[in-house]
Design a protein around this ligand. Structure first.
Ligand code: HEM
Length: 413
């Protein structure tokens, strides 16, 4: 029988939770599956409850953005006076239909399975050029030399940002830092001021890029976005910039974590790496699904009740906020046998790591392809690759799960 008294308060700021969320997730799932956090929102952890919440487009949506953020800061907090929160309120992940539908449809066309498959030769080329850069060294920080660079260069290709633009490093750093605004907590005044500055920098970087493409079109997604819509329906440069920053950010940070987290899993479960190196062509796709299930890059996401609902016996009132724990759903033994074992031979394709319902990840196909190529080529070219599993450098924050560095060794080639 669930016993909520056994569960300590849920605190997304707690470093132990951020470094290893799984013991807390298990307690929540088994003892208090619809937990009331002290901050005033519900925390949902079982697979079926997470999935049903994300799939229920009538009952749950993004709701009132300002009220959702004020939940963390108090009712007097002026949310929209902050550049970072104003930006966050405008990305289509934070919108409900019909605005969400209009903005989302702009990018889904560029990321269909067919278009993504057409990118395969280029992704292979980028992957192998990166591996060429360090394979003779026998060791590297695989996060900075590979896991981050691959998705960033792919996003640059897609959006038409020059891979050697001298501001690129800054763009990457700023995006990674500014995504702190997704966290389910109040930021300190210093964090908030930095996030405002960072988003303002990104708006000006992408604003400039769109202006250049308006004047001189090229064969890239940025040009397609500039030319999309017509007359009154056309997007303003400001709206375009918001879409581009969201895509760039959602596209590289999560995929970088997929690669890094995956390599950590393989070194913790070396028999699985051996299985992959024995047959990378046939095992890489299943390996990506299992990495996504086992160590999801996005640990949680939240929704607001638009209609009264009952989750697992608990009434949820209109306007109440629900944090769905994707990382906990993926380890629910009701759905996955021996969930704490990392096994690439299992069918993990119904993991929740790309979300569900109308906000299902638009970049899922691209992320899967990048993951397949990354793991497949590393396994093929560096079959004795191992990473240091002793003290993973998990990044601060609860919502995104990934490392800032990861030392890797192999026999130099
Ligand atoms: C391993 C990599 C990735 C993971 C784990 C991931 C995860 C997710 C999840 C869980 C959502 C749904 C969030 C919610 O419902 O609140 C989402 C949405 C989204 N993702 Fe991804 N993502 C990944 C890669 C990408 C890539 C490569 C792109 C872009 C090229 C991308 C772009 C987006 C966008 C734009 C949305 C918002 C969709 C909407 O609101 O309709 N993601 N992602």
């Amino acid at each position: 029988m669930p016993n909520a008294d056994l569960v300590p308060g849920f605190d997304p700021n707690a470093k132990e939770l951020q470094h290893d969320p799984y013991p807390t997730f298990e307690q929540l799932r088994e003892c208090d599956p619809v937990h009331r956090a002290a901050a005033g929102y519900w925390v949902v952890s079982r697979y079926d409850d997470v999935r049903n919440t994300l799939m229920d487009r009538q009952g749950f949506g993004q709701g009132d953005f300002v009220k959702n953020i004020q939940l963390f800061y108090g009712p007097d907090f002026d949310v929209m006076s902050h550049t970072s929160y104003r930006w966050l309120s405008e990305i289509f992940l934070m919108q409900d239909p019909p605005h969400h539908t209009r903005l989302r449809s702009l990018v889904t066309g560029a990321l269909t399975a067919k278009r993504v498959q057409a990118m395969k030769p280029r992704i292979l080329e980028i992957t192998n050029a990166l591996i060429d850069g360090f394979i003779a060294d026998g060791e590297t920080d695989i996060i900075s030399s590979f896991a981050y660079k691959l998705p960033v260069l792919v996003m640059c290709d897609m959006l038409g940002v020059a891979g050697d633009d001298e501001r690129l490093e800054q763009v990457i750093e700023v995006i990674a830092k500014s995504f702190i605004i997704f966290e389910a907590r109040a930021l300190s005044p210093d964090e908030l001021e930095a996030a405002d500055r960072e988003i303002a920098f990104l708006e000006s970087f992408f604003g400039e890029l769109f202006e250049q493409r308006r004047i001189k079109p090229q064969d890239d997604l940025t040009t397609a976005l500039v030319q999309s819509g017509d007359g009154e329906d056309a997007l303003s440069l400001h709206e375009l910039g918001t879409v581009a920053i969201g895509l760039f950010g959602a596209g590289f940070e999560t995929t970088a974590h997929l690669i890094g987290n995956g390599l950590l899993c393989f070194s913790r479960f070396p028999a699985e790496w051996d299985r992959l190196t024995a047959d990378p062509d046939n095992c890489a796709a299943a390996a990506v699904n299992e990495v996504l299930r086992y160590e999801s890059s996005l640990v949680a996401t939240y929704r607001t009740a638009l209609e009264p609902r009952n989750i697992n016996g608990q009434d949820i009132k209109v306007g109440e906020k629900v944090l769905t724990l994707i990382g906990a759903a993926n380890r629910d033994p009701r759905k996955f046998a021996n969930p704490d074992d990392f096994e690439i031979s299992r069918d993990a394709s119904n993991h929740m790591s790309f979300g569900g319902g109308i906000h299902f990840c638009v970049g899922a196909e691209l992320a899967r392809l990048e993951g397949r190529i990354a793991f497949g080529e590393l396994a093929r070219r560096m079959p004795d690759l191992r990473v240091d599993t002793t003290t993973p450098a998990w990044r601060d924050g609860f919502m995104f799960r990934g490392m800032s560095r990861l030392s890797a060794q192999w026999t130099p080639v």
